[in-house]
Design a protein around this ligand. Structure first.
Ligand code: AVJ
Length: 325
């Protein structure tokens, strides 16, 4: 016999991943929204635009490190057969140069991009097909933050790519859990190539997350537009100011959306009405910045041993090759 629940039901929308996250975040104190909310179609386009901004050095710096040291990275991976697995592959825009290097150092290379976006993965397939046609591609739509079962078991050595400073979105405990989850899927000798943004002069960091053209501000506000589009939200995004803050103690850039006035925002599909005080903000993203020491410690806590690392002339970005211990 099933007892009838006496707990009032939340609207069905609150049980979708998006609805649940928006409900949780906007009823918390302080208010938060998870950065994965940014990445619908529009948000992914805005992020692509960010990667081309003069102030946003991350993407081009990492790409330059790959262009210069990609061969050394894949030589270090050195295996006849190599499975290159990428977490959060997106459109694999930076991966081509690494896969080309892989084909020079390994007889047989298979690429396994993993991403939550099927559209992005289709573009990834096209990108890699064009620049490294010898590589066979087996894409997988999955949320690797939930579970790592999309990381394939292969008889080839595995090289996992987790690049683009994606790990910077996670708080230290979450990042540790993510690395340990990955480690449990791997065998000793399998490798992880991790790209992280380094600590640097505050003004450089602040400009990278608050560009003159206002693209990052629009990217940030897209979280609100998305709530409007997908949950019947009544946000007026123009009434929220984009703020980027350097949190020295936590070693992270934070992005916030600050309410310019006292206002109440209805979110129809959640049956929710959200009150904002003037100046109250929604914390939408953390982007952690590392030193070689803090990056190495994070990897070690995750069960990896750093074998080699590469950086650019200014030491703004770091790429770490670590072995499953
Ligand atoms: C995609 C998480 C690496 O933190 O730099 C860019 C996202 N946020 N501008 C980053 C982002 C604002 C980006 N990551």
């Amino acid at each position: 016999m099933h007892a009838l629940s006496t707990i009032p039901c939340l609207p069905a929308a609150a049980e979708t991943p998006l609805g649940a996250e928006v409900y949780r975040g906007l009823t918390s104190t302080p208010k938060t929204l998870s950065p994965w909310l940014f990445y619908d179609q529009r948000g992914s386009e805005l992020f692509e635009a960010i990667t081309e901004l003069p102030e946003y050095y991350l993407t081009r710096t990492e790409r330059a490190i790959f262009a210069e040291h990609g061969d050394a990275m894949l030589a270090a991976a050195g295996a006849r057969e190599l499975a290159v697995i990428e977490l959060g592959a997106g459109t694999a825009a930076k991966t081509g140069v690494l896969l080309e290097a892989a084909t020079r150092h390994c007889a047989c290379v298979t690429y396994f991009p993993i991403d939550i976006s099927a559209t992005a993965l289709n573009e990834a397939k096209r990108n890699i097909g064009a620049c490294a046609p010898q590589v066979s591609v087996e894409a997988c739509v999955a949320d690797y933050t939930e579970d790592m079962s999309a990381v394939p078991a292969t008889k080839a050595r595995r090289l996992v790519l987790y690049i683009g400073s994606s790990i910077g979105n996670f708080e230290p405990t979450e990042a540790g859990r993510l690395l340990r989850n990955l480690r449990r899927r791997l065998a000793p000798g399998d490798l992880l190539l991790l790209g992280v943004d380094h600590r640097k002069e505050r003004s450089v960091l602040l400009c990278a997350y608050n560009d003159a053209a206002g693209v990052t501000a629009e990217f940030n506000r897209n979280a609100l537009w998305r709530v409007n589009r997908e949950l019947g939200g009544g946000f007026r995004p123009g009434l929220f100011r984009h703020r980027a803050v350097w949190n020295e103690r936590e070693s992270r850039i934070e992005m916030h959306l600050e309410s310019l006035i006292t206002q109440t925002v209805p979110i129809r599909d959640l049956g929710l009405s959200v009150d904002f005080r003037r100046g109250e903000s929604i914390h939408t993203e953390n982007s952690y910045k590392f030193t070689p020491e803090t990056a190495g410690r994070m990897l070690e806590r995750g069960g990896f041993t750093v074998r080699q690392s590469w950086t650019d002339e200014k030491r703004w970005f770091g790429v770490y090759l670590a072995e499953a211990a």
